[in-house]
Design a protein around this ligand. Structure first.
Ligand code: GLC
Ligand code: CA
Length: 579
């Protein structure tokens, strides 16, 4: 292999999470053990052998704390317990220890920006008077205008509508307003209040003591608020509802908030130091459209261990942007000895099969940086699935950790035609249907081709699942793909197992191969050469790879030689046996 350029080295790869494959479990939709149509912890426990076969190192569970589920658990009523519909602490403990027997660690999801309006402290705040210590834990303010009927400022909520909600006092008269960055059911915590700081310190330690090995931290970019809560600059009327709030400089990427992350880092690293054999960590969610260097505001040696590298997930299907999304991320992080966390899917984003199947998938204009964007371009699901297979092999060959979202290993598409009456995402309701929201990537998983029990999501004869499955769901079922050559599931299993056995694919350097070809992305990972053709014509590989290489994994099951790379295909090549 010649012409290697732009060598990137990772920092030390001594921590398990730096190279892990982590599988995100959307608890409601993964597996239902007790037949009420809602996924639960016993369901996860029963499917641990499947997850072990897949080869994942850890599970990230979406919030499974008691919650009225207005935002499916991202509205937490009690940070120290388990949602009764999902189980209880004893079932949680069993799940953690069973997972450990399978070599799988458990990560939880912590939501620090807001809680639920059912949280005891919020209820106490509503019952208490303006100016009371109970109200100090949140952002209560008097309204503007003579009778206080105008919100305290002009901020917009991320999920549509104003970012303030007015309370009704005990005597039935309208009272103060409180800040809610997402929905009225999710009041923002005031991190200037010592009670709040202390509460989360205790929460983190509580779950570490139960065997949890890390936290995904929700919505870190909105936690800081500008002092005095000034009005935001006006936003043009044609900006979409969920984009409006993101334009507010007084609530996004603020310097305030970072004290919290620095405090947590000391707490988390201190925990590892005091518990030999444990290595706990945090990974934060912050969307940094086309500016991967902004990751460093959160991912650094004093704050989060990792931040999702969303640029790669959102990049359009062309060599320039894909390469730039990878390169800029590695370029920002690696000089600091920091390791990227790559991902292609999550519970907020349109599923990859659908995204890459869109007719505008290659177009940089489709790269808005907002995970919620759904363009109207026609969708070819076969093409999307072919590309999703190929990009998964890039994901799993990048230096750092890889985060999978349940169902991507089955090749699930986004379900776009959920009837309005079945929709549940607050985005749909709060934008009055202008945005369909995220329900389509949260449909309960199909485990069996047979329809009984919602394709095996629930036991046979159970209640209907909380979200309906489309009629063709059985074709994606795990049992239809298990052991079937060329299935999406077997591709993921194979690629993860090669990655597991081959250190070059996890740590080490990424070396771009200088090729002058408009549709070929090419890099080396030690002894492995990784090639992706994003074009619709085959690429001749003679002159690019030498004849002694062999195909280790190919996203296209028909590709067994390294002479021609078909359209929308990725391959891993090795000169020596990588196993
Ligand atoms: C994050 C979560 C999303 C949730 C929001 C509010 O973006 O990933 O699902 O709705 O925060 O907590
Ligand atoms: Ca259940």
């Amino acid at each position: 292999m010649t012409n290697a350029t732009d060598q990137h080295h990772l920092g030390s790869t001594t921590h398990w999470w730096e190279t892990a494959v982590v599988y995100q479990v959307y608890v409601r939709s993964f597996a239902d053990a007790n037949g009420d149509g809602i996924g639960d912890l016993a369901g996860i426990t029963s499917r641990l052998p499947y997850l072990a076969d897949l080869g994942v190192d850890a599970l990230w569970l979406t919030p499974c704390f008691p919650s009225p589920q207005h935002d499916h658990g991202y509205d937490v009523a009690d940070y120290f317990d388990i949602e009764p519909a999902y189980g209880d602490l004893a079932i949680f403990d069993t799940m953690v220890s069973r997972a450990r027997e399978h070599g799988i660690r458990i990560l939880m999801d912590v939501v620090p920006n807001h809680c639920s309006w059912d949280h005891e402290w919020f209820k106490a705040a509503l019952a208490a008077a303006p100016g009371s210590p109970e109200r100090e834990r949140f952002y209560f303010r008097d309204g503007r205008g003579a009778d206080g009927s105008e919100p305290p400022n002009n901020w917009q909520a991320v999920f549509g509508g104003p970012a303030w909600h007015r309370v009704v006092d005990a005597d039935g008269t309208p009272g103060q307003w409180y800040l809610q960055t997402f929905t009225p059911q999710q009041p923002d915590w005031n991190w200037g209040c010592a009670d709040v700081v202390d509460y989360f310190d205790r929460m983190i330690t509580f779950w570490f003591d139960r065997g949890v090995d890390g936290f995904r931290v929700d919505a870190v970019a909105v936690l800081g608020k500008a002092p005095g809560l000034p009005d935001a600059p006006p936003v043009p009327d044609d900006v979409r509802p969920t984009d409006r709030a993101l334009r507010n400089p007084h609530t996004h990427f603020r310097p305030e908030g970072h004290d919290v992350w620095r405090r947590w880092r000391k707490l988390v690293d201190g925990y590892s130091a005091e518990h030999p054999g444990r290595e706990v960590f945090t990974i934060a969610e912050a969307y940094t459209p086309r500016q991967p260097e902004v990751l460093l505001q959160f991912q650094n040696h004093e704050e989060f261990h990792q931040v999702f590298a969303f640029d790669f997930m959102l990049a359009p299907w062309n060599v320039h942007d894909l390469r730039e999304s990878i390169d800029a991320t590695v370029r920002a992080l690696s000089p600091e000895g920091l390791v990227p966390a790559w991902t292609l899917n999550n519970h907020d984003a349109q599923r990859a099969v659908t995204r890459y199947g869109r007719a505008d998938a290659h177009d940089p204009a489709s790269w808005t940086g907002n995970n919620l964007v759904y363009t109207d371009a026609p969708i070819d699901l076969d093409l999307g699935a072919r590309r999703a297979r190929a990009i998964a092999m890039i994901l799993l060959a990048l230096p750092g950790s890889a985060y999978l979202y349940q169902g991507e290993e089955l090749g699930l598409p986004e379900v776009l035609d959920i009837p309005a009456e079945a929709r549940q995402d607050p985005i749909f309701f709060r934008t009055n249907g202008a945005e369909i929201g995220r329900d389509g990537c949260r449909v309960p998983l199909p485990w069996t081709t047979a329809e009984d029990g919602a394709h095996g999501f629930s036991p046979i004869g159970s209640a209907a699942p909380w979200m309906p499955q489309p009629s063709a769901w059985g074709q994606y079922a795990a049992d239809a793909q298990d052991g079937v050559d060329g299935s999406m599931l077997e591709l993921y299993r194979r690629a993860i197992s090669v990655r597991r056995r081959h250190g070059d694919l996890r740590g080490g350097a990424l070396r771009w191969i200088a090729v002058e070809h408009p549709t070929l992305l090419a890099f080396e990972r030690g002894e492995i050469t990784v090639l992706l053709n994003v074009g619709s014509d085959p690429v001749e590989l003679s002159g690019i790879v030498d004849g002694t290489t062999r195909v280790v994994v190919a996203s296209d099951p028909e590709t067994s030689s390294a002479s021609v790379l078909p359209p929308d295909t990725a391959i891993w090549l090795a000169r020596t046996d990588p196993t």
